[in-house]
Design a protein around this ligand. Structure first.
Ligand code: FE2
Length: 331
């Protein structure tokens, strides 16, 4: 079985090709939109994705040494994500499905991140931290669904870090020499400032922290602001994670999503792992950010469980949560 997967929920247009046996991933090509300044405008994403789609598909097919005729299923990110960006991927997927007569498989983007984490780290029954620009969720698989144990009530951890770095004039680029610019800036920090620390039950709130950090720039050393922002944000996540560990009794933590690449967060979680005697598994960096391979792989699992969608019913779902999906392939 060969599955082509299309990712287009946010800044990345990605195409992956997987097969249903080791080593599974045959191609993972992508083109990521980087705005010259400010945040991402939905219409810019639309134009970017539409213009790179043909070349990214071609290069994935070439990398996998296959043609469209060899592909059995077309999987695509149906949501959640930014509407105009999602619609480009969905339109391309529908066109390929109709033109080549291949069934269409709808994939939840978050589940793509989680399943590629399972594949690449070989975890069995983990507590999952899904950390990205758009999501901060603590998840466990329970009774056939990926249940959200705790999550941010407003902005995501990745969004907090990226927005602050941009507003403080530290980015773009957000990653320099493999480190987030917040980490580089925090290296110069010496003291912790009084910032809001908001954990409500299992959930976190980061928007007040962002406002406090931006205001603090006026009267504090930027290194101290970066250091405090990072420490407070990570400690909030760690507190909720520890509570989830205590309640779920899991022995492994799987970290997926773009923020999984943060070295400082990884070190903190490894410390937590030692305290709790829990193994920490992090998705490899090639698969931590948005990519087509994760959509193709989750699509393959779904196709095997006979999940597909008719073209007429394949509207994108910009607010599709992971816990709305019945995980038939794991039950
Ligand atoms: Fe993502």
């Amino acid at each position: 079985m060969l599955v082509l997967g299309i990712e287009s929920t946010a800044h990345t247009f990605g195409v992956g090709i997987v097969r249903d046996e080791e080593p599974y991933i045959m191609a993972n090509e992508r083109d990521t939109y980087v705005p010259k300044e400010g945040g991402m405008k939905p219409t810019d994403l639309l134009y970017h994705h539409a213009s790179v789609a043909p070349s990214v598909i071609r290069s994935a097919l070439k990398k996998a040494s296959v043609s469209m005729k060899d592909i059995d299923y077309i999987a695509f990110s149906m949501g959640p994500g930014i509407g105009p960006a999602l619609r480009v991927g969905a339109t391309v997927a529908r066109a390929l499905s109709l033109r080549y007569g291949k069934p269409l498989v709808p994939v939840n983007h978050g589940i793509g991140h989680i399943e590629i984490g399972f594949l690449t780290t070989k975890v069995k029954d983990p507590l999952i931290l899904y950390l990205s620009g758009g999501n901060t969720q603590i998840i466990t698989l329970y009774k056939g669904r990926f249940r959200v144990f705790g999550e941010t009530l407003d902005i995501a951890l990745g969004n907090l870090m990226d927005t602050f770095s941009r507003d403080a004039g530290l980015a773009p680029p957000y990653i320099v020499n493999g480190k987030h610019v917040i980490d580089l800036c925090a290296e110069k920090g010496k003291k912790i400032i009084d910032f809001p620390y908001v954990v409500k039950g299992q959930d976190m709130s980061y928007s007040g922290l962002l406002t406090a950090a931006k205001n603090a720039l006026k009267s504090n050393d930027i290194g101290d602001v970066c250091l405090t922002l990072r420490e407070v944000a990570f400690d909030m996540l760690l507190e909720a994670t520890e509570r989830a560990l205590a309640l779920s009794g899991k022995r492994e933590i799987l970290i997926v999503g773009g923020v999984a690449a943060s070295g400082s967060l990884r070190r903190k979680l490894e410390e937590l792992g030692r305290d709790w005697n829990v193994e920490i598994k992090v998705v490899p960096s090639e698969f931590s950010g948005d990519n087509g391979a994760m959509i193709a792989y989750a699509g393959m699992l779904e196709a095997k469980a006979k999940i597909s969608v008719e073209v007429e019913k394949s509207q994108v779902k910009p607010r599709w949560r992971v816990d709305e999906v019945e995980v038939k392939w794991r039950s």
